[in-house]
Design a protein around this ligand. Structure first.
Ligand SMILES: [Ca+2]
Ligand SMILES: [Ca+2]
Ligand SMILES: [Ca+2]
Ligand SMILES: [Ca+2]
Length: 544
């Protein structure tokens, strides 16, 4: 009898030791918060908070280095790895990666180390015979926290979008961060990479959540909306090309919208800076200003009434315009296209929208082309889009560098025209005040919106090129590569005789779909970048 009980006990014990156990825990990271002092901002090492690492991938790794179970943390940073073998040595590995099938795929890699994915690991210890807890926390004093801080900013942005539209699927995004990214800049590459500067002795951006979200805003525009911005340098007091003004104003406003904090900041090891997107002093208010654009977008969203802002739309109406009419608009994406569409979608808020816009010294916006502007800019600015009839020259279309060169207001002039018959059209642009300029042009088909032509010959004073254009509405973007102080042009599109032969006979420019280069150097850099970037990213990365 006694023997029988012993055998039973043995069986019971062996069953227990073979049974599965669960390991659960919390993954967290330390974030260094900003300290604002007037218009300067620094990282405050006396204000380090512990944050939950949300939606990151967690694995159980055995002593052979193989993954035996995978899961993700939830929105509380908690994970559960169930049915692990008992009495088995494992370690917990956390990846700087958020992945949910048909939802999101974001990771942080070291672009100077073969695109290696950042990971943190716990100790290799036995799973024991019962369920247990293993927490992991990365410290701000190490380089382990920045990748999780970066993911935290991006997740915050994705959550806001998902509240507005739960069906969104976010295309793959790779955040490239390392302390070796010194003077490399922080920017979105137009595809699936955000490059992040990590210079610990200069400007690092891993804890600058407004900058992370600003760049994510460019990714959002490219993937879900449309960005016609021509890029280039800019500051908040500039008179900008309307496409650039909207893109940058949107990025800054989005940072305030996602964080519900209007103080946009950039910390550096010395003194960084900040600006309040809601209440900063009006530099040069207007439809060409990124500062005005960001203040308008933020005030449309926020529920803090100030000055002429008595509207609290929240994010969803803004999101719906960006993914809807702003994406398909027949004009260049600008404040005009955005406000026109928002008023159409929110007719009961029209007056309040006009009041917010009006506070920036912008006359009521009633159409996507921005007609009826105030006369508070240099005279050649208006109209913003010049309508042109085929076979009838439009004279006196002038570019100028009054507000600066290349991407500033009036360096590009827009000409609207319709084609009613598909055939070959000679296009002639001739300077009427000398031969000092180098006029070039791009043509955009407006539905679906895309660049269909680019003519950039080096001849002084004129540009002539013939294109076959199908029926439709078009915008011609005219610019002077020579940055002449003021150059005026006669523009003629037509099939009439009398137009001199093409002086741009480069056959390659018949139909070009790339974005518009600002000058030859940038064009060359673009070509080099296009050749070089794939080589950079072809390197193997740690697969999980
Ligand atoms: Ca910074
Ligand atoms: Ca407000
Ligand atoms: Ca508001
Ligand atoms: Ca030219």
């Amino acid at each position: 009898m006694k023997n029988k009980w012993s055998i039973l006990l043995l069986v019971l014990l062996s069953t227990l030791s073979l049974s599965a156990v669960n390991i659960s825990g919390t993954i967290s990271y330390e974030r260094i918060n900003p300290l604002h002092n007037g218009s300067s901002t620094i990282l405050d090492y006396n204000n380090i908070t512990t944050e939950k690492a949300k939606q990151v991938i967690v694995e159980a790794i055995n002593s052979s280095g193989n993954s035996i179970a995978t899961t993700s943390t939830d929105d509380n940073g908690e994970y559960l790895l169930s049915s692990l073998p008992s009495n088995t040595n494992i370690k917990i590995r956390v990846y700087a990666k958020m992945f949910k099938s048909s939802k999101w795929d974001v990771k942080v890699v070291d672009n100077t180390n073969g695109n290696a994915l950042y990971v943190v690991e716990g100790d290799l210890t036995s799973t024991g015979t019962s369920n247990s807890q293993r927490n992991l926390k990365t410290l701000a004093s190490t380089t382990q926290s920045p990748p999780f801080a970066i993911l935290g900013s991006i997740y915050l942005a994705m959550q806001k979008v998902l509240v507005a539209d739960s069906s969104v699927v976010f295309p793959t995004l790779k955040m490239n961060w390392t302390v070796n990214n010194v003077e490399s800049g922080t920017y979105y590459d137009g595809h699936e990479n955000i490059m992040i500067q990590g210079d610990q002795n200069g400007d690092s951006d891993e804890y600058d959540d407004h900058i992370m979200i600003h760049e994510w805003g460019h990714y959002f525009e490219a993937k879900f909306s449309r960005a016609d911005s021509i890029g280039g340098g800019h500051t908040s007091g500039d008179h900008l090309d309307i496409r650039l003004a909207f893109g940058e104003g949107w990025g800054n406003a989005l940072s305030g919208i996602i964080t519900d904090d209007p103080i946009y900041f950039d910390t550096m090891s010395s003194s960084g800076w900040n600006m309040n997107v809601e209440s900063a002093t009006h530099d040069t208010p207007g439809w060409f200003s990124e500062a005005s654009t960001q203040r308008i977008l933020y005030n449309l969203y926020d529920s803090h009434d100030d000055t002429t802002d008595h509207l609290s739309l929240g994010f969803k109406p803004i999101y719906e315009v960006l993914v809807g009419p702003q994406k398909t608009t027949k004009a260049f994406t600008s404040l005009f296209t955005f406000i026109t569409a928002l008023k159409e979608k929110q007719p009961s808020s029209t007056q309040k929208i006009d009041a917010i816009v009006g506070n920036e010294e912008i006359a009521t916006i009633d159409d996507i082309y921005g007609t009826n502007r105030l006369n508070n800019v240099e005279a050649i600015t208006l109209p913003i889009y010049t309508p042109l009839t085929i076979n009838r020259a439009e004279n006196n279309i002038c570019t100028s560098t009054t507000y600066g060169v290349s991407n500033k207001l009036n360096n590009h002039k827009y000409i609207k025209f319709d084609i009613n018959e598909k055939k070959s059209y000679p296009i002639e642009i001739v300077q009427t005040n000398g031969r000092t300029s180098d006029p070039d042009f791009a043509i955009f088909q407006t539905y679906p919106f895309k660049q269909v032509a680019l003519s950039e010959s080096d001849t002084k004073g004129s540009e002539r090129k013939t294109y076959t254009l199908p029926i439709g509405s078009y915008i011609l973007d005219l610019y002077d590569m020579q940055n002449t102080k003021k150059a005026c042009f006669s523009v003629n599109i037509g099939d009439k005789s009398g137009i001199a032969p093409d002086n741009n006979n480069e056959s390659s420019s018949d139909t070009i779909g790339t974005t518009l280069p600002e000058n030859k150097i940038i064009a060359l850099l673009l070509i080099l970048a296009i050749m070089f970037i794939p080589a950079l990213f072809i390197r193997t990365e740690l697969k999980i």
